[in-house]
Design a protein around this ligand. Structure first.
Ligand SMILES: N[C@@H](CCC(=O)N[C@@H](CS)C(=O)NCC(=O)O)C(=O)O
Length: 202
């Protein structure tokens, strides 16, 4: 199995963590989707990572579809419950975490533009999405919907999203007044799968 991705993408990290947690061997193909010369479109016409190429030559994207494909392999531990409605709840939490990644990425891209071209309105819009979503996640962590000692698709996606905010210094004060979320991600960050997928420092 080949995972096409970059070491800094939170979406790619989510898939790497899932594969590591299930003990599925894979080759990491490092592609930088924002570089002028990159081979990502060979795997995904949208030009985005991650993409997953199976040993049979099937190619899957984007990350929620890849996560679903990995689950279909029926390799323990299960990361999504079998019961359809319970599974939908987990996938909705994954979507919420993915949305935080999208907003964080948009902020990082916006701030990389020349200062005169940056839109304060857009930055504020994206920051508000992150704030609202983190508040919702804190609520889910407080009421037990998200459990610190459960490693599943939702908790993994949430930890990858917050790992990205930390890595890019987006929302640096996110942990203030969100103690349940802090506990959740700190627990996940201690896992070997997270240690092995930490984004590079520089
Ligand atoms: N919804 C996609 C988002 C993936 C995504 O945005 N990946 C970024 C890297 S973090 C990318 O490849 N961007 C390149 C581009 O937008 O052209 C997923 O879940 O896989």
């Amino acid at each position: 199995m080949k995972l096409i991705g970059s070491y800094t993408s939170p979406f790619v990290r989510k898939i790497s963590v899932l594969l590591l947690e299930k003990g599925i061997p894979f080759e990491f193909i490092n592609e930088l989707p924002y570089n002028a010369e990159n081979g990502v479109a060979r795997y995904n016409p949208l030009g985005k990572v991650p993409a997953l190429v199976t040993d049979d030559g099937e190619c899957w994207f984007d990350s929620p579809i890849i996560a679903q494909y990995i689950e279909l392999l029926n390799i323990t531990p299960a990361m999504v419950p079998r019961e359809p409605k319970a599974a939908l709840h987990i996938r909705q939490l994954e979507s919420l975490a993915d949305g935080i990644m999208d907003a964080g990425l948009t902020i990082v891209r916006e701030l990389a533009r020349p200062a005169a071209q940056q839109s304060e309105t857009e930055l504020l819009r994206q920051r508000e999405k992150i704030t609202r979503s983190l508040d919702a996640l804190e609520g889910y962590a407080a009421d037990g919907t998200l459990k610190a000692d459960e490693t599943n698709l939702a908790t993994i996606a949430v930890a990858c999203a917050i790992g990205y905010l930390n890595f890019r210094h987006v929302s640096p004060g996110w942990c203030a007044a969100r103690p349940h979320l802090v506990k959740l991600v700190d627990t996940l960050f201690q896992r070997d799968s997270f240690a092995r997928t930490e984004p590079p420092k520089a």
